[in-house]
Design a protein around this ligand. Sequence first.
Ligand code: NAD
Length: 719
Amino acid sequence: MTQASTQAMQFELGEDGILLATLDLPGRPMNVLNAITGAGIEAMVARVETDPAVKGLVLTSGKKDFLAGADLEGIRDIATAQEAFDLSMVLKRQLRRLEKCGKPSVAVINGMCFGGGFELALACLHRIVVNDGRGKVGTPEVKLGLLPGGGGTQRIPRLVGIQAAMPILCEGGEIKADKALALGLVHALAPSREEAIAQARAWCLANPKAQAPWDAPKFRYPGGDSRSPAVAQMLAIAPAIAAGKSWNNYPAITHIMSSVFEGGLVDFDAALLIESRYFAACVVSQESRNMVGTLWFQLNAIKKGASRPAGVPPSKVRKLGILGAGMMGAGIAYVSAKAGIEVVLLDTTQEAADKGKAYSQGLLDGAIKKGRGTVEQRDALLARITATTHYESLAGCDLVIEAVFEDRAIKADVTRQAEAVIGAGAVFASNTSTLPITGLAQASVRPEQFIGLHFFSPVDKMPLVEIIVGQGTNDATLAKGFDYVMQIGKTPIVVNDSRGFYTSRVFGTYVMEGIAMLAEGVHPRSIEVAGQKAGMPMPPLALQDEVSLSLGLHVADQTRKDLAAAGTAYTEHPGMAVVRQLCEMGRVGKKAGKGFYDWPAPGTKGDKRLWTGLAELFPVAAQQPDQQEIIDRLMFAQANEAARCYQEGVLRSVADANIGSIFGWGFAPFHGGALQFINAMGAKRFVDRSRELAARFGTRFEPAAAVVQQAEQGGRFSD
Ligand code: NAD
């Protein structure tokens, strides 16, 4: 076993005595760290240690990437901190043996080299990256509430210094080859894999007595260890700054800092034990369980097509029509052309259509200035967008998306005009944010090919598209919509038609709850701070200013009218009276420079400030609620509404609920999404607290029947 190639690792001993170990996990498109890879690493280490014919090791990957990280199934199944500690020590001991075996070792890094993969490379004494534009290293564990438990929090600070290591470990970004070289994380770049392997062999032969810097007797941390005054000063304040930025919601960040700090007081082997202790604390934290479950497993399930109808052959959009070249249409044109799709961008005037196309030009010029794109790339992308006023140009489109004004009559008109031109197989989609899809489909001669594709603003930055299935939408249309969203590199969630769909409906409860509290006399600053402490990307009042109060009012008025026409009762949220009151005073939001805040004039510097007049309109009550109560109201309002969407069948899966909430409106990621919030708390606790809130603040807090049932009979939200 120790001498021969293993399932995941092929060995080839050269005449020069250099062992070429090629990691190639069978049956998987990527190498990941799992038991099979672990056996391969174990065999590799044993061979280098014991085979006298082996003079040095070159470790490379047989796939297009080096190793993208650990198999998180192994981590998800860990029940106790002790198990987590033991697991991380197994790999770490092997890596340490390799590092200390007295023979030179080189990692040849091709493509992505992240997490455990990078830690494996860090345990080699020398690292060469294949510089073909794809080579990247990094430790993204923090993004799932974990820390690099394979020595990363110890080797990286010892390589680049504690100060430089902090952002690498605490932000978890991808580091391109040239930056990794400049930082000192890797030692050399090579133009090709073959060249890199040749360089690696030469390095081994030239450095037979190589050792890790930290194993040299006179080793010093670059910039000083944890005791040095400059570092100690930085470490004294860094956790406070990080906690301030993250509102103390992400314990992995402080665990990483503690591991780096404490590791910098002791020798390397003791430091590895310290790291495993903090790794274990991360693994068993609720935050990490939430994030691994949602942002890894559920996200992957979505990307693999869990909500796409099976049996419909995959499709690609070659030519896309966009009706309305405003803010949304222009953004959709950009992301689609970027994905290589030919785009026809149509508006009522050539000027408006051109302006929509110019939006892409602006983004691309900006990228060129920042060195992130070339003139050729820009011109090629722009050449794919045709700005026009002529419907005939839509001929041959596989998909048409309308993004005209939010007005049923205009939408119906453009639907008819486009359908008269496009082929029988083409799909028609609406980007409406509020109008039910089934109703809009009435203007279509083929409602089975009509669907909602709800983008978020700004389109080029927001990762989600909410796909809305109307009553008449067929599976082939849904599959085509799904494939298109994947084609442009966004994440699709699929929901059934309903007023506000899923995202707008639940998001609205967050801002409205904040606004309702203002009317009750809660200090506006307390509401805003609680929103941030809750982990939301923006506090509720500022957010309503951003999306505009007048838009909120318009949607509420439209909803009331529609429900009255259908003979359905409409209960207005208490926050809406406040919105109406401010709108009547012309305080309609950021665009007008005034809403809940006074906003600095466009182009001028300065901070927005809560409008002092709020104090007169909504006098602050003498008795203020504690912060947790405000947070509970903001979060329970959302989670409960998400649960209602689930029980009403608006949501089709728990994964869509959770991912949609985080990617769509930034529901606090450490909770793992709006339904995972309830799972993590436990249905019983959720129901009890909801009932307390309902008794004091209104029936909107009455727990959703689905959760009441879970509390009584057991069960949780799961797919
Ligand atoms: P916008 O006002 O910026 O753009 C609308 C564009 O449609 C304008 O350029 C207008 O000239 C054009 N238009 C109007 N009538 C037309 C017609 N008959 N034929 C062709 N073009 C016509 O609006 P927007 O913010 O881009 O919103 C467009 C749609 O997207 C709306 O349905 C809106 O609800 C929805 N939406 C908006 C957002 C957002 O954040 N703004 C988010 C999601 C969805």
